[in-house]
Design a protein around this ligand. Structure first.
Ligand SMILES: CC(=O)N[C@H]1[C@@H](OP(=O)(O)OP(=O)(O)OC[C@H]2O[C@@H](n3ccc(=O)[nH]c3=O)[C@H](O)[C@@H]2O)O[C@H](CO)[C@@H](O)[C@@H]1O
Ligand SMILES: C=C(OP(=O)(O)O)C(=O)O
Length: 455
């Protein structure tokens, strides 16, 4: 497995980021406007969906992030022709889909979580699939048992090998009744991408219903799929024999929007996030307001700003949609170090998503991690030998420090912390941030951040 630094360098380099480290001067509000593109957590799945079409697909609002590069490479080793049109549109032509040899696909081992979603489409097209080891943020064990069990229910034969997973479907794939023990985003996508072309009807209970999943359903419906979504996490899919390519503009990246919102709050700033929409961010906006942040919703985006006065502490629990998303907590925690009083963040989705707080503590934050469920509700983790609650006592004036990015959202929170701190900070491994934040260096510059890049 690669080291974190190797992952970071590869991710950054793939989108032209040559620096590993940024030295930032804090204490200056971030002010200005940035524009969002499509969501990392939708665009990459939409690209995989193109494999299911008999004709080419056109995906618009594709961000220049390294996860998109990874999926493009994976599609290409399977014979899909991927070409860019203009700034942010991809044409995906799956006319010549083929199996990739282990030696070729091994280059993608540990690169992202997306390869697991190739299973259903490749089984439909080729009758076999080989999936290299997965990557993604190191924020918990991240098992794939729901994925593999669902695939078995469709009739796939799963063979775990030292270098990855080999799947075959000797009798084709047939619709199935599946119930997820937890509404996993990835496993729900796995079922959707497999069921649309399976013979017969699939009923998925306990499905995740994140906006990115709804947008994937929009895409699949455009391709010819028949999918209905009930209000009680039940999704029904009637398999069809043929799907066409799609034309689609990807849903905006609400995780990036929440990150810049937190940056505005933590740095006493004012950021207009072009392309952000209210309806997919209701829960975030409520919390943002409770903490003391202000926002203005406009037709073309949302302005997030610190209206002056003191920030207030909150108790939040991360959850599946429509709850407060786990990906939002790291950036928000930086703002909470500035709130007057005791905040609690209870992380119920991942076991190890507080690694980033060590750096904040180095910068002077008062954050204690706990193994218990704090803040009221019990979660499926209960009391374990890992920390899944954080108590943040503020307000703190952060000071500069040298910190190392541990994961994507944690990395963005380090940038915000450094920009909100007194003095100079050095943030290393910044390439990881390029996995999910398009042009973050240019955006920081446009917002008036004071920094230099170091190779
Ligand atoms: C590329 C992408 O879209 N990533 C997002 C996706 O990740 P991802 O799809 O990996 O997250 P899941 O929703 O599947 O995981 C949620 C929880 O379910 C557990 N689980 C999942 C699958 C499984 O087979 N077995 C199992 O136990 C995981 O360990 C985790 O504790 O949703 C997460 C939760 O909103 C987000 O943080 C990630 O940004
Ligand atoms: C955890 C994340 O992504 P991934 O699932 O790709 O690791 C994220 O987007 O914050």
């Amino acid at each position: 497995m690669n080291t974190l630094l190797e992952d970071a360098q590869a991710a950054g380099a793939s989108v032209g980021l040559t620096a590993d480290r940024i030295t930032l001067q804090g204490g200056k509000p971030l002010v200005g406007r940035i524009e969002l593109k499509g969501a990392k957590n939708l665009v990459t799945k939409a690209m995989v969906a193109s494999l299911l079409g008999e004709t080419p697909s056109e995906l618009r609002s594709v961000p220049e992030i390294s996860d998109v590069r990874v999926v493009k490479g994976l599609l290409e080793v399977h014979g899909v022709k991927v070409s860019a049109v203009g700034d942010d549109t991809l044409l995906l032509d799956p006319a010549n889909v083929e199996s990739a040899h282990f030696e070729v696909i091994d280059a993608y081992a540990g690169s992202s979580r997306i390869p697991i979603l190739f299973c259903g489409p490749l089984l439909h097209r080729l009758g076999e699939a080989f999936i290299p080891d997965l990557g993604g943020c190191r924020i918990g064990d991240r098992p794939i048992d729901f994925h593999l069990e669902s695939l078995r229910r469709f009739g796939a034969v799963v063979d775990k090998q030292p270098q990855g997973i080999r799947l075959t479907a000797p009798n084709g794939l047939k619709g199935a009744k599946i119930e997820l023990a937890y509404p996993s985003v990835g496993a729900t996508e796995q079922v959707l991408l497999t069921a649309v072309r399976a013979e017969g009807t699939t009923e998925l209970r306990g499905a995740a219903v994140e906006p990115e999943i709804m947008d994937l359903i929009n895409i699949l419906q455009k391709m010819g799929a028949i999918i209905s979504v009930d209000t009680d996490r039940v999704i029904r899919i009637e398999g069809v024999e043929r799907l066409e390519g799609f034309k689609h503009t990807a849903l905006f990246d609400r995780n990036e929007a929440a990150s810049w919102a937190a940056a505005a709050l933590a740095t006493n700033g004012d950021i207009f996030v072009g392309g952000a929409r209210q309806s997919e961010m209701l829960t975030f906006l409520n919390v943002f307001r409770k903490v003391g942040g202000a926002f203005e919703i406009q037709d073309d985006g949302i302005r997030f700003y610190h209206p002056g006065g003191k920030l207030k502490p909150v108790i939040i629990e991360t959850d599946v949609h429509p709850g407060f998303m786990t990906d939002w907590q790291q950036p928000l925690v930086v703002a909470l170090t500035k709130a007057e009083g005791v905040s609690i963040v209870h992380e119920t989705v991942y076991e190890q998503r507080f690694g980033f707080t060590d750096a904040l503590v180095d910068m002077g934050a008062h954050i204690q991690l706990h193994r218990e469920c704090l803040g009221g509700a019990q979660c499926r983790f209960g009391q374990r030998n890992f920390n899944h609650s954080a108590v943040i006592v503020g307000p703190t004036e952060l000071h500069g420090a040298d910190v190392v990015v541990p994961d994507l959202r944690g990395g963005f929170s380090h940038l915000i912390a450094a920009l909100s701190a007194e003095g100079t900070s050095t943030v290393s491994n910044v390439g990881i941030i390029a996995r999910g934040y398009e042009n973050f260096i240019e955006k920081l510059r446009a917002l008036g951040a004071d920094f230099v890049l170091e190779a």
